[in-house]
Write a protein that binds this ligand. Structure first.
Ligand SMILES: *Cc1c(COP(=O)(O)O)cnc(C)c1O
Length: 425
């Protein structure tokens, strides 16, 4: 028995993995080391992390700059309660982050992951109206959206197999279609009609990740935000996936004229090193809570809120993100993806291929055969793993979402594997 199967067997006895049907799960691959775009298993096999480890890793694994800063911080201050106390890394991160965001964001509220960043954003909006004695309780969201796995975040996410067991316990949300040329005027008039009931609109800007990398145009989102502003509906940009360069600009909302009241950030925030969540808001929101009345306080907080190690990792990640090479890398990946898109667009197995910034998604033609579809995802997943590439298809959608340091040769290796899969799978 190799050490790899040994660890996988020990894992199987004691661990319950996320998003995994444990009954038919293949042995989990033990990873012992990460470096740049690669992770290495116990037997020394290396894998290109083409999905940035669930969309978090933007600068590559075990980045030396982040590692140095985090390990220095570890012997200075590992953690301190964040109510009644503060620390330099949290303040500095807020000072650096706020001016980077499009529009004018004034305050940072820390949590520890994307779902909780969303929970806080929703609570800010609902309580905003409550604190002004103008309660509004309806929330607007996109059909098929994904905003996380806690109850509030699930409620504003599309109903799916993920939420089936809980649907009756999720609060009511008004789901709208993704905007396009045909439906935009209907959507904007629907928004003004709902004005008096709707507290806020939460959206993933430009691209719905978990829904299958569904993309829509900035100009229509802009019109939705304009309609919300006119209807006094607060807006929440969930940039948990799109933030920190993913869509070609530092934030997806940079492509808009109208800006949201609130941003949710996580995933790439720490460069994918450790957990941290951020919810930012404008003074307009903040001031609705600023009061002598205790009831108007935002009663929310997590044990590891603003963890100094996570804040330092985020500061180090920002150093790298803002270096000119990183933006050049992002533009390089964008151009490479666009070239690949053109090469495969007319392949008979390609139903559609779409791209936003560093994300490219290829929808496999399934000919409406559901039996084929259910096997296809697992077959493709294993096919790429065998070639040393981590790609996790969402159903029949294969997407690449790489760390920005990926080389042209590594991208070509992934493209070639996908081209071969189009012939063989
Ligand atoms: C991943 C994701 C979340 C949830 O973040 P977690 O850290 O996994 O809780 C929320 N919104 C979007 C858009 C995401 O992609």
């Amino acid at each position: 028995m190799s050490s790899q199967t040994n660890l996988a067997a020990r894992d199987r006895k004691v661990i319950w993995h996320p998003y995994t049907q444990m009954k038919d799960a293949l042995p989990h691959i033990p990873i012992v080391r990460g470096e740049g775009v690669h992770v290495f298993d116990e037997d020394g096999k290396k894998y290109i992390d083409a999905v940035s480890s669930w969309w978090v890793n933007i600068h590559g694994h075990s980045h030396p700059h982040i590692a140095k800063k985090v390990s220095e911080q570890l012997s200075i201050l590992e953690h301190v309660i964040f109510a009644g106390f503060t620390h330099e890394p949290a303040v500095l991160l807020a000072e650096r982050l706020l001016p980077l965001l499009p529009g004018k964001q004034d305050k940072v509220f820390y949590t520890d992951n994307g779902s909780t960043a969303v929970e806080v954003a929703l609570k800010m909006c609902l309580q905003y109206w409550n604190n002004q004695d103008k309660p509004k309780t309806k929330i607007l969201a996109f059909k098929n959206a994904y905003h996380g796995d806690t109850f509030g975040a699930m409620s504003v996410s599309g109903r799916s197999i993920f939420t089936d067991a809980f649907n009756s316990m999720l609060f009511d949300v008004e789901f709208i279609d993704l905007p396009n040329a045909e439906n935009i005027s209907r959507l904007t008039s629907h928004i003004s009609y709902l004005s008096s009931e709707v507290a806020c609109f939460i959206f993933e800007p430009l691209i719905l990740g978990s829904a299958g990398m569904l993309m829509y145009e900035a100009k229509y989102l802009d019109q939705l935000l304009e309609a919300c502003k006119n209807a006094e509906i607060l807006t929440i940009a969930d940039e948990v996936m799109t933030g920190f360069g993913r869509t070609g600009t530092y934030f997806a909302c940079e492509k808009l004229q109208n800006q949201p009241d609130i941003f949710c950030l996580s995933k790439g925030l720490t460069g994918g090193t450790m957990p941290l969540g951020v919810t930012t808001c404008t003074n307009k929101i903040f001031e609705a809570f600023f009061s002598d009345d205790k009831v108007k306080t935002l009663y929310h907080g997590h044990s590891f809120t603003a963890n100094p190690l996570s804040c330092v990792a985020s500061l180090a990640s920002l150093d790298i993100l803002l270096a000119p090479e990183t933006l050049q890398n992002i533009k390089r990946i964008e151009a490479k993806h666009a070239d690949f898109r053109n090469q495969i667009a007319h392949h008979k197995k390609v139903k559609t291929v779409r791209q936003t910034g560093t994300i490219i998604a290829i929808e496999w033609e399934t000919g409406n055969k559901t039996s084929y579809l259910s096997n296809l995802r697992n077959t493709l997943y294993q096919y790429f793993l065998d070639k040393g590439i981590i790609l996790r298809p969402l159903g029949n959608i294969v997407y690449i979402l790489p760390p920005y340091i990926i080389s042209d040769a590594e991208l070509d290796y992934i493209y070639d594997a996908i081209k071969l899969a189009l012939e063989e799978v």
